[in-house]
Design a protein around this ligand. Sequence first.
Ligand SMILES: C[S@@+](CC[C@H](N)C(=O)[O-])C[C@H]1O[C@@H](n2cnc3c(N)ncnc32)[C@H](O)[C@@H]1O
Length: 302
Amino acid sequence: MSNSIFRKDGTAQGVAKQRLIESLAKPNKRIIYDPYADKFVIGASIIKLMGHKFSVWLGDKIVPGMHEHLISRTRFIDDLIEESTLNDIEQYVILGAGYDSRAHRLKLPSKLKIFEVDQLEVQERKLSIISDKTPNMENVTYVSVDFNHQSLSEQLLDAGFDRNKASIYTLEGVSQYIEKEALKSTLKELAKLNPNSNSKIFISYVNRLFKEDPKACFGMGYSKPEKAIKFITDGAANVGEPWISFYSAREIKDLLFQNNFTLTEDKTLADLNSKYFTPVGRTIPENHIFKLEHFIVAESRV
Ligand SMILES: C[S@@+](CC[C@H](N)C(=O)[O-])C[C@H]1O[C@@H](n2cnc3c(N)ncnc32)[C@H](O)[C@@H]1O
């Protein structure tokens, strides 16, 4: 365990913090709204005092585009979940859920069973904060798993996961923290969990160029990518959750294919700019757009 005050949830708080900041924007300007994020973030009252504009400006001084990157990732998954669950999907497994509040803030069908998977310590803190009366709490089951050391399928089945129901899985901002072997075995287990039902998966992964070629990874117009990389790398390591795994597009495609999934979408912040930010008058300037993380969707081949 890390010696930091964050006790394994530093990065989960980091993402929740960006959702809190975004939720402070005016309703006609924001990309997502998370009314629960403030409960999990240490120092939330200071952020609320600073407000949306100032907090985003301050973040941009350190890693330009990071706020937009994280909230567009969340919005992309929100859209995917709302759309997929309108149809045949009956189970949603949030892998590395952290302080994700999708179960409570999205409009989801009441038949949808949600399984939140994360490390025990993070779930204990979440459960100690979130009230039993939070909307849709009755449809959420907490399943504690350490991807590096435990079997996901065993724990999910014990928690009531139904092998015969079409399912969707999301792994948002997690693959960089776990060993490559753990991602591989997780996908292998998912493929075997419900082999006869349709399933979909979202994964975000960090491009291996992050380590090998910062300029190419961040995009040509981005200023000082090395500085951004150092800040991200040091920040994650300082809260005891270093980034350890990076992938090429080919590696991910092969990994999915070997486990019976076919890639259907592959987006970066550059693709989501016109989709989410331009319509609300917040087009991200070219020199703030980076491509370090990919947001991919894959479907099972049954
Ligand atoms: C950056 S946070 C993302 C949280 C959430 N998906 C979100 O976007 O708000 C990374 C999450 O991965 C979880 N995680 C990291 N390593 C893990 C492991 N070995 N087993 C299970 N969860 C892990 C952390 O506890 C944390 O909640």
